[in-house]
Design a protein around this ligand. Structure first.
Ligand SMILES: *[C@@H]1O[C@H](CO)[C@@H](O)[C@H](O)[C@H]1NC(C)=O
Ligand SMILES: *[C@@H]1O[C@H](CO)[C@@H](O)[C@H](O)[C@H]1NC(C)=O
Ligand SMILES: *[C@@H]1O[C@H](CO)[C@@H](O)[C@H](O)[C@H]1NC(C)=O
Ligand SMILES: *[C@@H]1O[C@H](CO)[C@@H](O)[C@H](O)[C@H]1NC(C)=O
Ligand SMILES: *[C@@H]1O[C@H](CO)[C@@H](O)[C@H](O)[C@H]1NC(C)=O
Length: 289
C-alpha cells in the first residue's frame, strides 16, 4: 500500500470506528434516529426513485440501527456518514435533501449512475471531512462553495466529466472572497486549509497550475492525472515535505519539474509527470534547455 493510500484509509476508518463504538455492547439500547435526518433520508430515497437497494429505509424503523449505508452519532442521533458505493442502478442528480443532514462528516457516492453537477449545496454540510464522488457521470465545474468547508481533508472527484477550473481557495483559506469574486481557480488550497488529499484524476479540468496557490505543509496526496491542466508546476511544491503522492501525468503542463530534496524526490518517478506538453528535467528523460 502506498503511504498516501494508507493515510487515506486511516482517514476513512477512524471516524467509522468512533461512530460505531456506542453500539458495540450487545443488548445496548437502540440509538435514536434524529427525526429531521430521517425525513431528509426518506426524501433522498424518494428523489432516487425509491430504489430496491434502499428497501431497508422505512419510516417505522430506526435509521441509525436498521438502515443500510448510514451511520449515526450515538449521542445526538444525527447522521455522520452516508455511503452509496457500487450502486449503478442509482441515477439522476444528487438529491438536494442531502444538504439537510447537518451532522454529515463523510459522504460517499461512488460507482453509481448519478449525473448532473457537483451540487453547490454540498457547501452547506459544514462538518464534512471526506467527500468521495468518484466514478459517476458528474459534469460541469467544481462549485466554489466546497472551498468554504472548513474541515474537508479528503476529496475524490476522480473519473467523472468535470471541466473548468478548480475554485479559488479549495486548498487555501487566504483571501477567499477576492478569489470567489474573481472566479479564478484557486479556492481549494492555501494556508490554514485542512485539505490533505485531492484525487481529481480523469476529468476534463482545465486551469493554470502556476497561478494556483498551494499550501506548504499539509498536502499529502494529489492525483490530477488525465485532465487538461496547463501552466507549470509551482516551485514551492518542492517544499511540501509531507507530500507522498503528486501525479500530474497526462496534462498540458510545461516548464521544469521542481527540484525536490533527495528524500522527497524518491517518492516520485517519471510516471508522475509523463505525457505533458513540455515538462522537462529530472525525473523526466527530457533535459530543460
Ligand atoms: C472543525 O474541526 C474542529 C477541530 O476538530 C472542530 O472544533 C470544529 O467544530 C469543526 N467544525 C465543524 C463545522 O465541524
Ligand atoms: C478515488 O476514486 C477512484 C475511483 O473510484 C479510486 O480508484 C481511487 O483509489 C480513489 N482515491 C482515493 C484516494 O481513495
Ligand atoms: C499561468 O499563470 C502564470 C502566473 O500567473 C502566468 O505567468 C502564465 O502566463 C499563465 N500561463 C498561461 C498559459 O495562461
Ligand atoms: C523552500 O523553503 C526554503 C526554506 O524555508 C525557502 O528558503 C525557499 O524559498 C522555499 N522555496 C520556495 C520555492 O518556496
Ligand atoms: C500517475 O497516473 C498515471 C495515469 O493514471 C499512472 O499510470 C501512474 O502509475 C501514476 N503514477 C504514480 C507515481 O502513481
Amino acid at each position: 500500500m502506498k503511504p498516501a493510500r494508507a493515510l487515506f484509509a486511516l482517514v476513512l476508518v477512524v471516524p467509522s470506528i468512533l461512530a460505531g463504538a456506542p453500539s458495540a455492547a450487545a443488548g445496548e439500547k437502540k440509538k435514536r434516529c434524529h427525526a429531521g435526518d430521517k425525513a431528509a433520508l426518506l426524501a433522498v430515497k424518494a428523489a432516487l426513485g425509491d430504489p430496491y437497494l434502499l428497501a431497508s429505509w422505512t419510516p417505522d424503523t430506526s435509521c441509525c440501527d436498521d438502515w443500510y449505508d448510514v451511520s449515526c452519532d450515538g449521542a445526538t442521533g444525527h447522521l455522520t456518514s452516508l455511503a452509496f458505493h457500487h450502486l449503478p442502478g442509482i441515477t439522476g442528480p444528487i438529491p438536494p435533501a442531502i444538504a439537510k443532514l447537518p451532522g454529515l462528516s463523510m459522504l460517499t457516492i461512488s460507482w453509481t449512475g448519478v449525473s448532473g453537477p457537483v451540487p453547490s449545496f454540498l457547501g452547506s454540510l459544514t462538518r464534512l471531512t471526506f467527500l468521495d464522488l468518484s466514478f459517476n457521470s458528474l459534469s460541469g465545474s467544481i462549485p466554489a462553495s466546497l472551498a468554504a468547508l472548513p474541515n474537508l481533508s479528503g476529496i475524490n472527484l476522480s473519473r467523472n466529466r468535470l471541466s473548468g477550473p478548480i475554485p479559488t481557495g479549495l486548498f487555501s483559506s487566504s483571501d477567499v472572497s477576492r478569489n470567489a469574486l474573481s472566479g479564478d481557480a484557486s479556492v481549494l488550497f492555501g494556508a490554514g486549509k485542512a485539505l490533505q488529499y485531492a484525487d481529481l484524476s480523469r476529468n476534463a479540468l482545465s486551469f493554470n497550475l502556476s497561478a494556483l496557490e498551494l499550501p506548504e505543509r499539509q498536502l499529502v496526496g494529489v492525483d490530477w492525472s488525465y485532465n487538461a491542466i496547463y501552466g507549470g508546476i509551482p516551485p514551492q511544491v518542492a517544499n511540501m515535505t509531507g507530500l507522498q503522492q503528486f501525479n500530474v501525468s497526462y496534462n498540458r503542463l510545461c516548464g521544469q519539474v521542481p527540484l525536490f530534496a533527495a528524500n522527497i524526490a524518491a517518492r516520485f518517478d517519471v510516471f508522475s509527470f509523463q505525457h505533458n506538453k513540455c515538462l522537462c528535467g529530472t525525473p523526466l528523460p527530457t533535459p530543460c534547455k
